[in-house]
Design a protein around this ligand. Structure first.
Ligand SMILES: Cc1cc2nc3c(=O)[nH]c(=O)nc-3n(C[C@H](O)[C@H](O)[C@H](O)COP(=O)(O)OP(=O)(O)OC[C@H]3O[C@@H](n4cnc5c(N)ncnc54)[C@H](O)[C@@H]3O)c2cc1C
Length: 386
């Protein structure tokens, strides 16, 4: 059904590039409109989990991912004060590859995939309004029409706003400082480490063979902070916020010379994902807290399912309905789990925290296989084999 079908994708982030690749590979004529004048990603890490890798494999891009990013060995949770291990999730199962990537590397892989499949990427195209019924959009002040519009503009997607009028993103009460530190230590194990403290946690993992260390420091806050990748902050700010954490954490934060502060905002999962000639995916449909490392992985899953639905259903309406029915419950479940992680990571010292950490320690020691099985619903989900 897609052969020669003209499709316009709004946004060249992970969702937009992945869906452009999937659609172009199925024969669609895809145009991607991106507001930025160059596709340059911020320096930050991204965990591509097995459910996301399954999509990249089906798109023929797993080899490029393997070349760019090492396999992760484990995710480990540690206590903030002494750094004691609390929980360890082994990630070495060969049929569940899990990669620690640099965002720029993943974007490059997807951009190349999209171009090789024949998608056209047009930069400097700012879209301000979308009319789903007419298939119209305002691009740099001009009205354009498209048979099918795919909104992949992230949190502030104009397509989301058109399909779900009235909602504004809300502040989640969490901020994240983000930094990539020149590390130059190839011996740092490819593991993601989370130090959990009251109202705060710190995630670290090596990138590009230990050349860089990715750092995300999260703090609960009442006060609003601006949303976005590019807001610099005083490098001392996270250091001060984590001053009661163990020396290993403080040393890492001390080495961060350039720090960005991100107010974490989200919307509820969209009620309406597609209507008329427009449909949304990725953060445009379901922004999430990053505490399960699933935003980009969900965008990859959405991209595959949307392309498959458009390819295999007789009408756009049927395709949109099937796509939303497959994706909405999964996205909602993942987002709930990520929000629960925020609460579990940030427990304050006391009986609840002690009991929770004891259960995690015992689970790791006595039944490591059980711990891995608890994540099977997430990592074992392969949308390409549905
Ligand atoms: C600190 C942090 C760590 C994270 N870590 C992980 C992780 O480890 N694993 C994971 O899976 N996810 C992670 N995420 C989440 C992930 O980054 C997002 O879910 C993902 O980037 C969403 O992709 P997207 O393409 O939907 O949206 P975006 O990445 O927001 O891309 C949207 C694109 O659309 C363009 N655009 C926007 N508006 C317009 C417009 N009006 N006109 C034209 N173009 C437009 C933008 O310029 C951009 O290129 C993390 C997020 C944060 C904040």
């Amino acid at each position: 059904m897609l052969n020669g079908q003209e499709i316009t994708v709004l946004g060249a982030g992970i969702a937009g590039l992945a869906v452009a690749t999937a659609l172009a590979q199925r024969g669609a004529q895809v145009r991607v409109l991106e507001q930025a004048d160059a596709i340059r990603e911020v320096g930050a890490g991204l965990q591509v989990t097995p459910n996301g890798v399954a999509v990249l494999r089906a798109l023929g891009l797993e080899g490029a991912l393997q070349a760019a990013a090492p396999l992760a060995r484990a995710v480990q949770l540690r206590d903030f004060r002494r750094g004691d291990p609390v929980f360890r999730l082994d990630l070495t199962r060969p049929d569940r590859p899990y990669h620690l990537t640099h965002r720029a590397d993943l974007i490059n892989i997807l951009r190349q995939g999209a171009s090789e499949a024949g998608a056209r990427i047009e930069l400097g195209q700012h879209v301000t309004g979308v009319d789903p019924e007419a298939g119209q959009m305002q691009v740099n002040g001009h009205t354009e029409t498209a048979p099918l519009i795919i909104g992949a503009g992230g949190l502030h997607s104009p397509t989301r706003a058109a399909l779900n009028p009235g909602g504004q993103p809300f502040f989640t009460g969490q901020v994240a400082w983000r930094s990539t530190i020149p590390w130059d230590d190839p011996t740092t194990p490819p593991e993601a480490t989370v130090h959990m403290g009251p109202g705060r946690h710190l995630v670290t993992y090596p990138l590009r063979g230990g050349a860089l260390l990715n750092v995300v420091a999260v703090e609960e806050r009442d006060a609003w902070a601006a949303e976005g990748w590019h807001h610099r902050d005083d490098p001392q700010a996270p250091w001060r916020a984590f001053v009661d954490f163990c020396p290993e954490v403080r040393d890492i934060l001390y080495r961060a010379e350039e720090v960005f502060l991100w107010g974490l905002f989200r919307h509820p999962v969209a009620r309406n994902w597609g209507q008329g000639r427009a449909v949304i995916l990725g953060d445009a449909a379901h922004p999430t807290l990053p505490f399960l490392a699933q935003g980009a992985n969900m965008a990859l899953e959405d991209a595959w399912v949307l392309a498959e639905c458009l390819d295999t259903h007789a009408t756009t309406e049927a395709a949109f309905a099937a796509y939303q029915a497959r994706r909405r419950p999964r996205a909602a479940r993942v987002i709930d789990a990520a929000s629960r992680n925020a609460r579990n990571y940030h427990l304050h010292p006391g009986p609840t925290r002690a009991a929770a950490h004891l259960a995690l320690k015992l689970g790791t020691r006595l039944a490591p296989g059980l711990a891995a099985r608890q994540f099977e619903w997430l990592y074992g989900h392969d949308v390409t084999r549905h």
